[in-house]
Design a protein around this ligand. Sequence first.
Ligand code: NAP
Length: 275
Amino acid sequence: MSTIGFIGGGNMAGSLIGGLLNAGYTASDMMISEPDEARRQALKERYRINTCGDNTDTLGCDIIILAVKPQLLKMICSQLAQASDGNGHKQPLFISIAAGVRSTDIDRWLGQNHAIVRCMPNTPALLQCGASGLFANESVNNIQKQQAEKILQAVGSVVWVDDEDQLNAVTAVSGSGPAYFFLMMEAMQQAGEALGLSHDVAQHLVLQTALGAARMATESDISPEELRRRVTSKGGTTEQAILSFQSADFQQVVLDALKAANDRSISLADELGSD
Ligand SMILES: NC(=O)c1ccc[n+]([C@@H]2O[C@H](COP(=O)([O-])OP(=O)(O)OC[C@H]3O[C@@H](n4cnc5c(N)ncnc54)[C@H](OP(=O)(O)O)[C@@H]3O)[C@@H](O)[C@H]2O)c1
């Protein structure tokens, strides 16, 4: 089995390790580099994996997962490039889960022509229920693509995009997406309370409805549009609510919001990748 090194032992790395162990990966095939000693110890105790405090110790691994904050990526890649310069290490596959940093920038910081998969996961990955968009640069071979896909599948579902720019749209849809659903839940809960329900009752009904609707949409072949039609009877209560949403141009509101997220993703990548 391929060896996997993690750089950064935070929430996402912990989720990935938990998911990989559940999926049958072996703890001894993984190592994690994390500067904080207490966190290192906690990871070691929880997952029984090898830990280190020096990022360059991961250089012997087949796959290196960059799981640090985006702002740190340049410094860490330069550190790895310096340490691997002429020391005979095999070329690993790099998987970056850092939001907003382009593979071309990572490649330049690492010293050119590296196999890099860039990934945009989302927060439900912490419950192994995430959705990730993946992009592979031209140095990634088919075996490495499968390896990256299997790793990210340990925390949820995976889709590939052929054009790295599409990761901005992935960010707008699924990367930031959980927050839009939280906003909808928040608004529905407030409305339920305004209509006379207690906080707890309104919250319970909203959360269970969100879960039930998500399950209906994901566990059947019927589109959300058709599911909505089926529960919207002529002259009924749901129809009145949908008409009210439509009169406020709900679809346009959502389109504008996702365009704003998409544009911010592009400007963040410009900022993070500037030298
Ligand atoms: N969480 C999500 O749902 C999510 C979704 C999409 C994308 N991402 C991306 O995933 C990446 C990691 O996110 P996260 O939520 O796991 O963040 P996090 O919990 O802050 O984890 C980052 C880890 O990196 C460590 N670190 C700091 N400096 C380091 C260094 N020089 N070398 C090695 N490790 C270092 C941090 O240690 P200290 O705490 O001691 O500083 C921390 O444990 C981010 O780039 C984020 O954009 C996360």
